[in-house]
Design a protein around this ligand. Structure first.
Ligand code: 5GP
Ligand code: MG
Length: 174
């Protein structure tokens, strides 16, 4: 697959993605039974993951989204920006943050700090993808879909310069 000047090759196909997302969803159903969790997706990249995992969530729960833009084209800028758009009161709520990918870990660490400051009862992370070799700060991640090599990926919500979010599989830079 080609996006602008770059060639990408398949990394995780649709069936494998959907199977793993179902497994995580069912695990969350049992872990959060009677806790009425608040799922918070980090836009833009998590939109497909949130839509698909929520189809497996069968316990009472709420869903919302925030934005934390901090990524420029191919490299993490390293600066964590402000949290935009949180309208729910998270005080004493059990929050599950839904992320597309954790790379340096800086974005998610910033999000977790802000949620804890606001008095959430618990804050856990479910990330579809994790690049263990790229982590720059320790992050406690409860649910991980796939650990992947430290290579740039696109598809299934993830973009290259705004493009490529609209695929059912995930691709990596050739
Ligand atoms: P971190 O703060 O962990 O370095 O980066 C987190 C954010 O950077 C992710 O939510 C995602 O938006 C973006 N990101 C990190 N790695 C990749 C990648 O390989 N491809 C794309 N498209 N975005 C990435
Ligand atoms: Mg993201």
């Amino acid at each position: 697959m080609k996006i602008k000047d770059k060639e990408f090759t398949i990394l995780i196909n649709e069936a494998d993605l959907q199977q793993r997302i179902g497994e995580i969803g069912r695990t969350i159903n049992s872990d959060y039974k009677d806790k009425k969790p608040l799922f918070i997706g980090i836009l833009n990249g998590s939109f497909m993951f949130v839509a698909d995992i929520m189809k497996h969530i069968s316990i009472p729960s709420e869903v919302s989204f925030i934005k934390m833009a901090s990524y420029n084209e191919m490299a993490s800028s390293g600066t964590v920006k402000e949290l935009i758009g949180l309208n729910e009161n998270i005080f004493k709520r059990h929050v599950v943050v839904l992320e597309d990918i954790i790379d340096s870990g800086l974005t998610i660490s910033g999000v977790l700090d802000q949620f804890r400051e606001r008095g959430a009862a618990s804050v856990e992370v479910a990330t579809l993808l994790l690049k263990p070799d790229a982590l720059k700060t320790p992050v406690d991640i409860k649910y991980t879909g796939f650990e992947i090599p430290n290579k740039f990926v696109v598809g299934y919500g993830l973009d290259y310069d705004g493009l490529g979010r609209n695929t059912r599989a995930i691709y990596q830079l050739k």
